[in-house]
Design a protein around this ligand. Sequence first.
Ligand code: BDR
Ligand code: CA
Length: 314
Amino acid sequence: MVEKIILDTDPGIDDAMAIFFAFQAKQLDVLGLTTVYGNVPVEMSAKNALALVELANVNIPVCKGVGMPWVGEESTYAHFVHGDDGFGNINHPAPKGELDSRSSAQFIVDTVKKYPNEVTIVAVGPLGNLALALRLAPEIQHLVKSVNIMGGAAFTLGNVTPVAEANIWNDAHAAEIVFSAEWPINMFGLDVTYKVPFSPTFMQELSKVNPVLGGFVKRASEFYADFYSQGKEQKECFFHDAFPLAYIMHPELFEMTTGHMRIGTDELHRGQTSFAPIGSTMSPYWLNAQKVNVATKVKHADLTQLFIDTYALD
Ligand code: BDR
Ligand code: CA
């Protein structure tokens, strides 16, 4: 069965790799890209998403979304990870097409209502668009098939602070709204994404099986891998954002743990995904919180092969 998805994204190099993976996957029907600030400002995020759609020759709406966190100051962005252009400074040409006139949140609301109980929202950036969509139309929490999130760190260290992963840290109040809603959530955080490092051989392989899309990922990843390889002997990088997509296609590659999730919003715990597996606590602070599924294990070799095989498809 082909699964309808909306991909909410902040491209971003691992976002680009994930977007192409979704376009290539025969089991996924990408209804649109909704963009958000995060790795880069939202204007760049939207422009980059449009450029990726054009490179892949795919005709779907691309929307611009929120540019600021729910609460607090403008983000400082992650150009040191993704380059000045969000694509590892490779001078990729500007897109020629136009953005959809709707906001990302409005597109999410319209699309979920058009296909009730059929759409999975795959969110791989900060969660402001999803929070705003819930504010515009709270009923969508009962109309979405599931929400698959790349973000958080349940049992492992964060990558912005010791307790917080970047996507959740970047908009902790929005994350709290999204994780409190009554829609089924599957979370793919650093617990699994940091278990699967990708070497230059992998990027080489992607570019061999798919010179246009894989070639783009290989070129863009050089800057990205330099960031991730500081102080290491071998070059490596992480394709976080492709994990929640792989789960839709092959859930058997993941082990999931169910529990109650709280999101930290005070300054010290900002963006913490504080997770209590079922039966692990009597605290009402967690027992009264929504239940979510958190990915805790992944089959490394099978996932890597899935990425390569999917990029190799016509
Ligand atoms: C997440 O943060 C961003 O930098 C990546 O694109 C990914 O979505 C990893 O923490
Ligand atoms: Ca991302």
